[in-house]
Design a binder for this molecule. Structure first.
Ligand code: SF4
Length: 358
């Protein structure tokens, strides 16, 4: 397995690609005073305006220059779906014709944005709609941040966006630079302003990049999609992880804990009849106990055209009970948005089919 750690989509850089230094440099090149940068960032992030015309204390000429050289939003909302549990899914269209998805998940007072890091996904987990089409391209850091801002725009005035999870389409650590830049912008007080501990990056497990992430000085949560407790079964479920052994993931997760003090969350998607036997639960507990981790069990959402099924509730409960009996902190995560195309990639695939592309 090789990981492309560069953002291969330079494209037009939007405002969301700029940190305060880059924006200051751009403004200085136009002989604009430094305070303009602070004004622009305040309008974009704190007030959430979607066009430079709304930045009323900026001269008109400057607004036009910024719109040309550092456009604000470059996506269009192609489709918006709301489930009965108030989960909202957005399908965004980018100027190059590609599309990606992001989701707002309300839960009590929590408002979580689930965002994508790539168009499509190279990993090809056998149970996943996104993996069926492979990777189309990397998203830029600005496009990743833009998704968080689009989802934030769905929150009502009294509902602040509280969490951001990098769990949409794609493997974040295979788009490493863009992902880390986006994490910083989402975290920074001048940016989206989400506390680091409320940001989760989910990976299928690239040991080298997990260690790099541990060294970034970020107090974020790392979620590791394990999905199987043995190398043999894991290779069946995640073919891309063919050359990654669980042992190397345990070592990388332990390094992450040493450097950040943050427990790793092991994600385990329960597939009926495949990885939900009591033996798997015992093996999972043993893997989990070799690192500082907790276990998050998800019940599979069936995907049209794929042969995998959802486990029964009884099997899922038994599975979690066995893991918990062994002293591992574990719980079942509720599926959200079942009445919309909520499994990752389903909305994008359906749209593509309608357009005759898949
Ligand atoms: S589950 Fe995640 S990592 Fe696996 S193919 Fe789907 S989007 Fe990629």
């Amino acid at each position: 397995m090789t990981a492309d750690t560069t953002s291969s989509e330079p494209g037009a850089r939007t405002l969301f690609d700029h940190d305060p230094t880059a924006l200051a440099e751009l403004l200085a090149s136009w002989k604009e005073p430094a305070f303009r940068g602070r004004q622009v960032l305040e309008w974009a992030y704190r007030h959430g305006v979607t066009s430079y015309d709304e930045m009323t204390n900026l001269p008109k000429g400057l607004r036009a220059k910024l719109a040309a050289d550092a456009p604000l939003y470059e996506s269009t909302i192609v489709r918006q779906q709301e489930a009965s549990d108030r989960t909202v899914k957005l399908l965004l269209g980018w100027p190059d014709g590609t599309r990606s998805e992001c989701v707002l998940i309300p839960d009590g007072t929590r408002r979580t944005a689930c965002i994508s890091t790539q168009v499509g996904c190279p990993v090809g987990c056998v149970f996943c709609a996104s993996g069926l089409d492979g990777l189309q391209r990397q998203l830029t850091s600005g496009q990743i941040v833009e998704q968080a801002m689009r989802v934030r725009g769905l929150c009502g005035e009294d509902d602040r966006l509280s969490n951001v999870v990098f769990m949409g389409l794609g493997e974040p650590l295979a788009n490493y630079e863009a992902t880390v830049r986006a994490v910083r912008t989402i975290n920074e007080a001048w940016g989206v302003g989400i506390g680091a501990r409320k940001i989760t990056v989910s990976t299928v497990g690239l040991p080298k990049q997990m260690r790099m992430l541990a060294d970034e000085g970020l107090q974020i949560t790392l979620a590791l999609s394990l999905h199987a407790p043995t190398d043999e079964l894991r290779r069946q479920i995640i073919p891309w992880a063919e050359r990654v052994e669980i042992e190397s993931l345990v070592e990388a997760a332990n390094y992450f804990f040493q450097r950040t003090g943050r427990e790793v969350t092991l994600e385990y998607i329960l597939l009926g009849g495949l990885n939900d036997a009591p033996e798997h639960a015992r093996q999972l507990a043993s893997v989990s106990k070799r690192m500082r981790s907790n276990v998050n069990v998800l019940l599979y959402n069936p995907v049209e055209g794929l042969p995998y099924r959802r486990p029964t509730d009884a099997n899922a409960e038994r599975f979690v009970a066995i893991v918990a009996e062994r002293g591992v902190n574990s719980h079942v995560r509720r599926s959200r948005g079942l009445d919309i195309d909520a499994a990752c990639g389903q909305l994008r695939r359906r749209e593509a089919r309608l357009r005759g592309e898949a």
